[in-house]
Design a protein around this ligand. Sequence first.
Ligand SMILES: NC(=O)c1ccc[n+]([C@@H]2O[C@H](COP(=O)([O-])OP(=O)(O)OC[C@H]3O[C@@H](n4cnc5c(N)ncnc54)[C@H](OP(=O)(O)O)[C@@H]3O)[C@@H](O)[C@H]2O)c1
Length: 250
Amino acid sequence: MSDNEIAGTTAVVTGASRGFGRGIATALSKAGAQVVGVARDRAPLEELRAQLGGSFTAVPADAADPVVAGQLIDAYRPAIVVLNAGATPLPRPVQHHTWQTFSRNWDVDVHHVFNWTREALLRPLDPGSAVIAFSSGAALNGSPMSGGYAGAKATIRFIASYAAAESERGGLGIRFTSVLPDLTPVTDLGAPAVAAYAARQGVDVATFLAARGPRLTPEQVGRAIVDLAAGPGHDAGAYQLTAAGLTPLS
Ligand SMILES: NC(=O)c1ccc[n+]([C@@H]2O[C@H](COP(=O)([O-])OP(=O)(O)OC[C@H]3O[C@@H](n4cnc5c(N)ncnc54)[C@H](OP(=O)(O)O)[C@@H]3O)[C@@H](O)[C@H]2O)c1
């Protein structure tokens, strides 16, 4: 699928209402895709629909619900699926977590990637389709203040690689890729994490961020996902994503 071929295709984006997902939905819509955006809270989805117009369909739903995954894959037969929805981890050291708080990203992030990946393989989506799942840089480095987040995100990378192998074995022609974005303070999920890690280091947020370099923005994430979905030159199984762009991981 080239940039031109994105025009007229249907893309599903989970967690489309704010943060990275909003940037991705906007970029795909501008590239000419019909975008189906999923999030639980209806109001910000409707606001995005008012901004993007008829190229955006708002679906208020729980992306981790297996019925939602099955219904939307069957109804829209998307050529692009971006599995971006994610829960905000409770920022505290491991001993201050309960199993319920520790496992939250497994129940939302991993559960939804598992359900949607399964539906994409079973349907199966058309050859040339792309399924892009959001892992995190934390999957490489750990995240000691975020409970089970890093392990959950590492599992998402594994699920995408297992699905890519199944697609290859079955000759399905579906591309499965994971993306590992850098921590950024500009989203509702990133801001409390940045504050917690700065406090942990005993520095203020500005000092913490200055040491990390340029901030990744939702607009940069949106552009990167359009490039990935477009395909050419992007055949790695996983990519790190920073303000400098996509870097393939071996
Ligand atoms: N920001 C960072 O620094 C960073 C770094 C690395 C990776 N990531 C990953 O990138 C993804 C996006 O993060 P973000 O920073 O953009 O987060 P965000 O600003 O908090 O947005 C999260 C989105 O997911 C939706 N969502 C959460 N649970 C959902 C559910 N069960 N069903 C449907 N939608 C759900 C939210 O809408 P509702 O609450 O209305 O459902 C919202 O649209 C996440 O997977 C995150 O782990 C983020």
